[in-house]
Design a protein around this ligand. Structure first.
Ligand SMILES: Cc1cc2nc3c(=O)[nH]c(=O)nc-3n(C[C@H](O)[C@H](O)[C@H](O)COP(=O)(O)OP(=O)(O)OC[C@H]3O[C@@H](n4cnc5c(N)ncnc54)[C@H](O)[C@@H]3O)c2cc1C
Length: 560
């Protein structure tokens, strides 16, 4: 059996930052990651990272923008802490070796992002995530911790309300590992593949959320799912908000800049929920363009000129040319919203602590909550670093005083027996077919606009898929990279989370941020200014609610 003091699951920005903090605190640290660290989804982040640096901007404006962006569901104490840490965090990343884009005077270049009162998004062209990930990876130094890559968390082991370690599958050999740990930090990233139309990588299957939920951790605010307004039609590859930040226009079929009707003050730079709803409304009401992949609108960059488009938005040029066959220097980009981010996640405080002793979470897998009902672009990269560090510090301090972890011989068997049963079947359900049906269900019934009838239909469909999953069959018996097996594990995880999302959305009788109910179109602060907490019960998720923390900002109507 392997054993470490602190085991970090996930090697994206949140996981690496947590590991660095725990290493610096002198603990014996391991990272378990199903991908090579540099292939984590953090590396796909394009647009940038927010920090109020420089005299013209202020931390208070960043706090206010984030509170307003969250539609007053974000915890204000956590948001204050988060925004204060932003400047030092970005400067630290610079010192770690991240090369950010610069202005003519040599200072950090900043671009405008949606919902922000000041252009405060710092960037490295349109590959900010990769630049951060590489800088951090080099700083972390592979000799200072143990790395189990291509190793997939299957189950956490919890005894007496305390984490003892985990069971993971080494995908290269097809063998299961027992890893005892005093503290576990879950930094497993997004869960966007629950939806079909998503900007998230194929690996973003919410495994850490499902693992935490299975052993009794709360999932918080899972009904709040962010749709990014501009994904490339058909492939749903992200076209960064930076494209609008640099001055791009959104136009309907008649060539109108329709956002002026929905957000007269900031037009294309309203927050994401607002812009996504506007695009869907234009298409639904017949003012969109139509094609074989459904309705869409145009994102125009042509007026910015070849020099600016090709230097500031290099990847956007590549993606548009390769995946849509159009050149954004001379042609409009066809776009439509796609799932992009989960505001919800494993419930934590600002130290990354969950309701289970020794279990921590950070990054997109966690819900602190700073994004509330809607995340502002550029705040998520920042979140991974700010709260990754906090979780690493807290896990290290806990591990220094925690007793030896207690793993039993039966722990491995308990985790692995169901998976063996899947491979032993001669007939049963194909996991990839179940996954596709789940994605279609979520796209159709639990999307941008929601209502009671659709959510009920969605819930029934997801529950039927979960029943069918009981009979899932893994046909491939090979041990080396058995993707049929990992697909089954991940589909099971996503079905579990899909149910939590729909149950939360069905129960929340209001519209707030990204949760838009056509049957309850108004925000209802008296009844619903509270966090949804989902726990695993015998009949599916059971919901309870917890209060939102206030400091200085009274809820107001949110207009852009
Ligand atoms: C296309 C795209 C562009 C974005 N652009 C921006 C942007 O410009 N600005 C911004 O602020 N935010 C952006 N975001 C959001 C932001 O990038 C993510 O929220 C953030 O990077 C997530 O980091 P993370 O460390 O939590 O997870 P990730 O970087 O996704 O890392 C997750 C890690 O967990 C591991 N893992 C997952 N499951 C398991 C398992 N079962 N066992 C073992 N390991 C596992 C993976 O191997 C991986 O190493 C973007 C997101 C996308 C999808």
């Amino acid at each position: 059996m392997l054993q470490h003091e602190v085991v970090v699951v996930g090697a994206g920005l949140a996981g690496q930052r947590a590991a660095l903090a725990a290493v610096e605190a002198g603990r014996d640290v391991a990272i378990v990651s199903k991908l090579h660290p540099l292939r984590s989804h953090s590396g796909a982040a394009q647009g940038g990272i927010n920090a109020a640096v420089g005299a013209e901007d202020s931390v208070d404006t960043h706090i206010y923008d984030t509170v307003k962006g969250s539609d007053y569901l974000g915890d204000q104490d956590a948001i204050e802490f988060f925004c204060r840490e932003a400047g030092p965090t970005v400067i630290e990343m610079e010192h770690f070796g991240t090369i950010f884009s610069r202005g003519a005077d040599g200072s950090l270049a900043r671009r405008a992002f949606g919902g922000a009162g000041f252009p405060r998004t710092i960037y490295a062209a349109d590959r900010t995530g990769l630049a951060l990930l590489q800088g951090l990876w080099e700083r972390l130094g592979t000799e200072r911790f143990a790395l189990y890559e291509e190793t997939e968390l299957v189950r956490l082991v919890v005894r007496d309300g305390r984490v003892q370690g985990l069971i993971a599958l080494d995908r290269r050999r097809g063998e299961f590992e027992e890893i005892a740990a005093k503290a576990v930090v879950l930094a497993t990233g997004p869960a966007g593949r629950i939806y079909g139309r998503t900007t998230n990588a194929h690996s973003c299957t919410g495994d850490g959320l499902a693992a935490a939920y299975d052993v009794g951790a709360f999932l918080k605010d899972m009904e709040f799912v962010q749709f990014h307004p501009t994904a490339l039609l058909e492939s749903s590859i992200l076209i960064t908000e930076g494209a609008r930040g640099e001055g791009g226009y959104l136009k309907n079929a008649a060539g109108e800049r329709f956002m002026s009707k929905y957000a007269p003050h900031v037009v294309e730079l309203a927050s994401r929920d607002v812009v996504s709803r506007a695009i869907v409304t234009e298409v639904k009401e017949g003012r969109g363009l139509a094609g074989p992949y459904g309705g869409y609108v145009h994102l125009e960059l042509m007026h910015l000129g070849k020099e600016k488009v090709e230097s500031r938005l290099q990847e956007i040029c590549d993606y548009s040319r390769h995946f849509a066959g159009i050149d954004p220097v001379t042609q409009p980009i066809p776009v439509y919203p796609a799932q992009h981010y989960m505001m919800g996640g494993i419930g934590t405080n600002i130290r990354g602590e969950t309701n289970l002793a020794g279990l921590y979470a950070a990054g997109e897998a966690a819900c602190v909550s700073i994004h509330g009902a809607n995340r502002l672009g550029g705040n998520s990269l920042l979140e991974t670093l700010v709260f990754g560090k906090q979780a690493g510090i807290a896990a290290a301090a806990y591990a220094a005083a925690a007793p030896r972890p207690e793993m039993h011989a039966t722990d491995l068997e308990t985790a692995v027996a169901p998976l063996r049963a899947w491979s032993g079947r001669t007939e049963g359900e194909d996991p990839s077919a179940l996954r596709t049906e789940m994605q279609e269900t979520m796209d159709r019934y639990v999307g941008i606009y929601r209502n009671e009838a659709d959510l009920l239909e969605g819930l029934q469909r997801i529950r039927r898929l979960r029943e069918r999953f009981e009979r899932v069959r893994v046909v491939d018996r090979s041990t080396v990279y058995n993707l049929n097996l990992t697909d089954a594990i991940e589909t099971g995880n996503m079905l579990e989370l899909a149910e939590v999302i729909v149950v939360g959305a069905y129960a929340r009788l209001e519209s707030r941020g990204a949760h838009s109910r056509t049957d309850y179109p108004k925000r209802d602060d008296a009844r619903w200014m509270r966090h949804t907490m989902a726990a695993r019960g015998p009949e599916g998720p059971t919901l309870s609610y917890s209060p939102v923390a206030y400091t200085r900002w009274e809820p107001k109507e949110r207009v852009y």
